[in-house]
Structure formats: structure tokens, C-alpha cells
Design a protein around this ligand. Structure first.
Ligand SMILES: [Zn+2]
Length: 107
């Protein structure tokens, strides 16, 4: 298996009101909690076959926040959310290329 390019490898993740993801190529991306939670692509939130969204965004509290997270292999991040949901894996490539985010320069 080929090594993922640096832009899809993650050096550090932390959260302090938003989720910060620092990639190996130096990019520092910030993700809104609610957008990340409602963008979950697990089988409970998105139908595996049809791709239809099963999650009703209205059911996700506006004050949603991560309570824990862990790396999944070297390709993704699993987040336990304050609403009890924890089956979603956020693939780093997806985070980098598809999820809406802001960027911040690393000092
Ligand atoms: Zn989910």
C-alpha cells in the first residue's frame, strides 16, 4: 500500500471550540463542531447503499461538542460526540478536500 501524501496525513488534532487538524504538509484546518457532526457519513447517518442522508440535522444540538476522539489507523479520526454518537470516522482525505473548513497559519 502506498503511503498517503503528506497533505492527507495528520500530525495533530485538538479542539477548543472548533476542531483543529494539523496536516503533515503544514496546513492547519479548523472545523465547526456542528458541521462536522451533521456531516457524519457513518451507516446510521447516511444510507450505505443509496447514499441518502438519514440524519436529521435538526436533531443535533447546536451546542454539540466532541467528548473524545481517537485515530483510526493512519487514515482517519473517530469522534465521540456529546449527543452520544460515536460511530462516524472522518477520513483525513475527506476532511482535507470535502469538508468545509477555515485555515489558519501555524505559528
Ligand atoms: Zn454518524
Amino acid at each position: 500500500m502506498a503511503r498517503s501524501p503528506q497533505k492527507y496525513r495528520v500530525k495533530e488534532v485538538f479542539y477548543d471550540g472548533v476542531v483543529h487538524v494539523i496536516f503533515f504538509d503544514g496546513a492547519h484546518c479548523l472545523y465547526n463542531y456542528w458541521e462536522l457532526r451533521t456531516g457524519c457519513t457513518c451507516a446510521k447517518c447516511v444510507h450505505e447503499v443509496t447514499g441518502e442522508k438519514l440524519l436529521d440535522d435538526q436533531t443535533v444540538p447546536l451546542d454539540i461538542r466532541p467528548v473524545a476522539s481517537e485515530y483510526v489507523g493512519n487514515y482517519g479520526l473517530r469522534i465521540d460526540w456529546s449527543d452520544g454518537h460515536g460511530t462516524g470516522i472522518y477520513n483525513f482525505q475527506q476532511l482535507r478536500d470535502q469538508f468545509p473548513h477555515k485555515t489558519q497559519s501555524v505559528d
